[in-house]
Design a protein around this ligand. Structure first.
Ligand SMILES: [Fe+2]
Length: 483
């Protein structure tokens, strides 16, 4: 096997690191991944590393080898009348992979990885064919195409927008003219942009003709795959809070046990804030029913025992949970994990997972605080709009140093390198369903009534609702347990 792999690649002039050969040899779909690498044109690396192999295995533009294989398996099983395997495959999360110690070098690695991954995506865009480094662009006069990370963006006294972009070679000032087609857009600190433009006469700045984001291509969404399972999304339960909606939760439990539809609910994904936690904000103690973190998780464990046993649960932490606050957050572990039965699977935040041939990107959504305060048209009532901004930027939390703490991992786990079928968030406690270029967008409600903090900020929650997606057809709807 290893010899075959080596032979295939050496024929194409690609060298392999020994660990890359091992990684490929272990993959059930090695041939497909090898094809992807070989056919990736100029983008394919000269020396293939283990990390490259894993990146190609996950896919960078919507193709996920693992998922495609799961879909084929699902279709074959159904044709043969075999029972469908109930399984949640974690495709990517930080759990067990954290390497950061938090020094300056780590931060440099994080931003280099972000830049390299998103630049590669931009380089595939027709408008940006022939991207050049900023240092080289500064020596040319017109038809410049380059990419960089946003250092700063400001409005000039004449109402134009001036962006400072940087890459590994240099920095450059880019002017977006007032009234031009990209005027009015918000350029976030630390997002990656592509620019088409020309140098000004004095060679000091670039006048932008176009600003290009990585974005996702237009797609048709979920085509039927034969699955008859439903996945439900239950976010922000906030066990331990004195505003936990016990009556509504019991109504949901009764529905799960008695409704014919609920018999098909085979998976429940919980995108964070499982418990209310302690010391999360000043004065939280006045709003707690249970002021011990371990007891909050114990009660959660008891509560989820009431779920029917045909349901596989997936629990992810949020900013109220007992893991590090910096994102990406690893899965809950140790004593807390031991409280739960084996039908609960713990994942990190964010997490790419595959369920019956569908790719789900689940992210708690803390960065919405930054998106909402930075981008003019965004607010807490319509989180699906912030989710679209994330997809356009192919990044869940671009801004460093604002309200969302980011851990300096060597690889940027917040990059949206694979296009999901379903993108789910929580955090803002409303229930919304939308779609962006074929991706289902879901904000998964909450199980807590309006808190004092939300009242102070005039945020109206939309709790006790459960969004569901039929994995076979892609149909999406909401069950309401408010009355
Ligand atoms: Fe929450």
């Amino acid at each position: 096997m290893k010899k075959d792999i080596l032979g295939t690649f050496s024929e194409k002039g690609i060298l392999l690191d020994p660990r890359a050969i091992d990684a490929l040899a272990k993959m059930p779909n090695a041939a497909e991944c090898a094809d992807r690498i070989i056919n990736d044109g100029e983008n394919r690396p000269l020396v293939l590393t283990e990390e490259d192999v894993l990146r190609y295995a996950l896919g960078t533009d919507g193709g996920v080898c693992v998922v495609r294989e799961a879909t084929v398996r699902l279709e074959e099983d159904r044709e043969q009348g075999a029972p469908v395997e109930r399984k949640v495959n974690v495709l990517k999360d930080i759990t067990g992979n954290s390497t950061c110690v938090g020094n300056v070098i780590d931060f440099a690695k994080l931003f280099n990885d972000r830049y390299a991954t998103l630049r590669k995506m931009l380089s595939k865009r027709r408008e940006l064919a022939g991207l050049i480094p900023i240092a080289k662009a500064k020596k040319l006069q017109r038809d410049l195409r380059f990419a960089g990370i946003v250092n700063d963006s400001r409005t000039t006294k004449n109402g134009h927008t001036m962006i400072e972009l940087e890459d590994e070679t240099d920095k450059i000032q880019v002017l977006v003219m007032k009234g031009s087609r990209r005027d009015g857009d918000t350029y976030l600190k630390d997002e990656i942009l592509g620019v088409v433009g020309a140098l000004s006469k004095d060679g000091e700045i670039v006048i932008a003709k176009d600003i290009v984001r990585p974005d996702i291509p237009l797609r048709n969404g979920m085509t039927p795959n034969g699955s008859d399972s439903i996945v439900a999304f239950v976010s922000d339960i906030h066990i331990g809070s004195n505003t936990f909606l016990e009556k509504e939760w019991k109504r949901f439990m009764a529905w799960l046990r008695s409704s014919a539809v609920a018999k098909e609910v085979k998976y429940i994904v919980m995108p964070g804030d499982l418990v209310d936690g302690i010391g999360i904000y000043p004065g939280q103690e006045d709003e707690l029913e249970i002021d011990d973190l371990y007891e909050q998780y114990s009660l959660l464990a008891e509560t989820v025992k009431e779920f029917p046993d045909w349901i596989q649960l997936v629990m992810m932490p949020g900013n109220h949970d007992a893991v590090r606050l910096a994102e990406p957050q690893p899965a809950l572990s140790g004593d807390i994990k031991d409280l739960f039965d084996s039908n609960v699977q713990f994942v990190g935040n964010p997490c790419y997972m595959e369920i019956e041939g569908r790719t789900i990107l689940a992210y708690h959504g803390k960065s919405m605080d930054d998106f909402n305060s930075s981008v003019r048209h965004l607010n807490y009532t319509n989180p699906q709009e912030a989710m679209k901004e994330m997809l356009k930027r192919r990044h869940l939390a671009p801004i460093y140093g604002d309200k969302t703490p980011l851990a300096p991992e060597q690889k940027d786990y917040m990059v949206i390198d694979t296009i999901p079928d379903i993108f789910v968030t929580g955090h803002v406690h409303v229930c919304r369903i939308d779609e962006y270029r074929g991706v289902r967008l879901i904000n998964a409600s909450a199980w807590q009534s309006q808190t004092a903090f939300q009242r102070m900020h005039n945020q109206m929650p939309d709790p006790a609702r459960v969004p569901l997606v039929h994995l076979g057809t892609g149909e999406c709807w909401v069950e309401d347990f408010t009355s």
